[in-house]
Design a protein around this ligand. Structure first.
Ligand SMILES: Cc1ncc(CNC=O)c(N)n1
Length: 232
């Protein structure tokens, strides 16, 4: 049943293109949001060397994600036609500053020296994909769909580690709260609504490209979890 007690801060959920695509590609979506690595955090069986690998690699990823979000921000100012888009993206960009600081604290807590970490193949490939999306040829609706998917995978994954019945180790709940909290969920919903609005007016060509980019984000996320689970 739908929760009718939606506060004024929350945005209503609509069924649009993205949900249609998630239904169509539900197996890769589930693979990205319920990956064995994430499930192992939730059930407490996580191998700490995998967690350390994830931490170091994700720190590098996030440093590459900052210019990507900055690119989305510039486009939100120029191409969106809706002034509130900029605030949503700016909020996301601002929280990446705190996130980088959090990674640094977490790095010292787990003895992960970021200065010596080399990006693994899945990380390099994901970052190369983000760089390609920053091309001015890529339509606003497409980059916004990608942006939503990147954020939503982490939101869904880490929220799962905090749901009822979890055995998430106390020292890992910080990571889970970072992406699994309600504010981040609402922010993802705002980004989703922007993407949906753009997709409503998109040509069939742009729709096909957005669907493809969505699936490719999910594939990169799965490969990123796989890399983390593999250790080193
Ligand atoms: C590989 C990956 N995907 C998504 C996120 C979440 N966005 C920003 O933190 C992330 N940190 N890492």
């Amino acid at each position: 049943m739908k929760n009718l007690e939606t506060s004024s801060m929350e945005e209503p959920e609509k069924t649009g293109m993205i949900d249609t695509w998630l239904d169509k590609h539900s197996s890769i979506y589930t693979a990205a949001t319920r990956h064995a690595f994430v499930v192992s955090i939730r059930d407490g069986s996580v191998d700490l060397s995998s967690f350390r690998t994830w931490l170091g690699q994700d720190y590098l990823f996030v440093r590459g994600f900052v210019p990507f979000v900055a690119n989305v921000l510039i486009r939100a100012g120029k191409e969106s036609g809706e002034s509130s888009d900029m605030e949503v993206v700016l909020g996301g960009l601002a929280s990446l500053y705190d996130e980088i600081e959090w990674f640094k604290r977490e790095g010292s807590k787990w003895n992960v020296d970021f200065s010596t970490i080399v990006p693994q193949k899945a990380n390099q490939e994901y970052r190369r994909f983000l760089e390609a999306l920053m091309s001015s040829e890529v339509k606003y609706a497409v980059i916004m769909t990608a942006f939503w998917a990147i954020e939503a995978v982490y939101q869904e994954s880490f929220a799962h580690c905090l749901e009822d019945g979890n055995k998430t180790p106390a020292e890992l709940t910080g990571a889970c709260h970072r992406w699994g909290n309600d504010g981040f969920k609402q922010y993802c919903l705002s980004v989703k609504n922007i993407a949906e609005r753009c997709l409503e007016n998109a040509s069939s060509e742009v729709l096909a490209e957005a669907e493809n980019v969505l699936v490719r984000v999910l594939e990169h996320e799965v490969a990123f979890w796989e890399m983390s689970r593999g250790g080193n």
